[in-house]
Design a protein around this ligand. Structure first.
Ligand SMILES: [Zn+2]
Ligand SMILES: [Zn+2]
Length: 371
């Protein structure tokens, strides 16, 4: 079968012929329809990280996925050929209490693998095989947006974690809330945009920031869902001192991360999802006043990574809510669908103003006919 393979830490990617995986007892064989491309893929292709499975000279790239069940092995219950599915990414270490209960996003040993990233083949191939435990069945009505479910699962977890912290200050049960909670989303890539959508659905007044003006597809989409957009290319002064209960960071910019702490309301929480470059230059930080304000304001800074199955399931519910509330809006996050043959251009650079580029592995991608 054809697959996009990488040889980390060597930069670059190629479309190669590799053996198709056999479907064994208890396993499901899935035809890949399409894969989203994100910063993680760019980093792996750039040689920053990535690790082939043990014993394999290459790694099949790709973790944001949508496919259609092609065959089921003996003993599989609950899946049938033709079903649309999205697979989760992380596979547990099998040793810690979290991985043993399918919550490998909280793995304590770090010995997990991640399909398409580290230690396990990904989904930019004609076919993959997995067990039902890691497959989420997708209603056909959501086929056109389901490739966003994996990044959405990351957002669902991040917002849930932030909400858990905010809930410390809930009023006495029965006492009505007096103010609409406010949220700031830093970054308007797919993670930031999906966060703006989820937070709006959850009842937050949402502002999203990036380094662009009002003419981008992201800014227009934000207006469409009733969120506010601000261009902070010249700094957070554009926010005119506004503060927020919940800040979701989706840029990986360390310098920005520290300034976001200043944007928190008392009792507020900053959730970091962007992965900073660990080898970046050291930053001068006024640590004393920064941490003093965190303590005196009961504030919290929380990191959140990956997602387990429950967040894919809540993401599926939210995709349904988005479709009802803002018909066609989620589709507009998919800036382009490109055939897999164009992988070189898609993986080598980010297209300015695009939110999510998708590679189609089967002709027609999500719209391809069953069978
Ligand atoms: Zn991704
Ligand atoms: Zn573990």
């Amino acid at each position: 079968m054809r697959a996009i393979v990488v040889h980390p830490p060597k930069p670059g990617a190629e479309l190669s012929d590799v053996p198709a995986p056999p479907v064994g007892p208890g396993e499901v064989g899935v035809q890949v329809l399409e894969c989203g491309v994100c910063g993680t893929d760019h980093d792996i292709v750039g040689g920053k990280y990535g690790r082939p499975p043990a014993g394999s000279p290459y790694l099949i790239l790709g973790h944001e996925n949508l496919g259609r069940v092609r065959s089921v092995g003996p003993g599989v219950i609950g899946f049938a050929p033709g079903d649309l599915v999205v697979a989760t990414v992380r596979r547990g270490c099998g040793r810690c209490r979290f991985c043993r209960t399918n919550r490998s996003d909280f793995c304590e040993t770090g010995l997990f693998t991640e399909r398409g990233i580290g230690g396990a083949h990904g989904y930019m191939a004609e076919e993959y095989v997995d067990v039902p435990e890691y497959l989420i069945r997708i209603p056909p009505l959501l086929a056109s947006v389901a490739v966003l479910l994996e990044p959405l699962s990351v957002v669902e977890k991040a917002i849930f974690q932030g909400q858990r912290v905010l809930d410390r200050k809930e009023p006495t049960p029965g006492e009505p809330k007096t103010a609409t909670p406010s949220a700031l989303v830093a970054g308007t890539g797919a993670i930031g945009m999906l966060a703006a959508f989820v937070l709006t659905v959850r009842g937050y007044r949402v502002m999203a920031i990036d380094r662009h003006g009002e003419e981008t597809p992201a800014a227009s989409l934000l207006r469409g869902i009733g969120a506010t957009h601000a261009n902070t290319a010249a700094g957070l002064g554009a926010l005119e001192g506004a503060r927020f209960d919940l800040v979701i960071e989706a840029t990986g910019s360390v310098a920005l991360d520290f300034t976001l702490i200043d944007r928190l309301n008392p009792n507020g929480v900053l959730v970091l999802t962007g992965i900073p470059d660990g080898g970046g230059p050291a930053l001068p930080v006024a640590g004393g006043s920064l941490l003093r304000d965190v303590v005196l304001g009961n504030q919290a800074i929380v990191g959140s990574v990956n997602a387990n199955r429950t967040y894919f399931e809540s993401g599926l519910r939210d995709l349904t809510v988005f479709a009802e509330r803002w018909p066609g809006a989620t589709e507009r996050m998919i800036s382009a669908r490109r055939p897999v043959e164009e992988f070189g251009e898609v993986l080598s650079g980010h297209v300015g103003g695009s939110i999510k580029t998708v590679l189609t592995l089967a002709p027609g991608g999500a719209a391809s006919p069953a069978g």
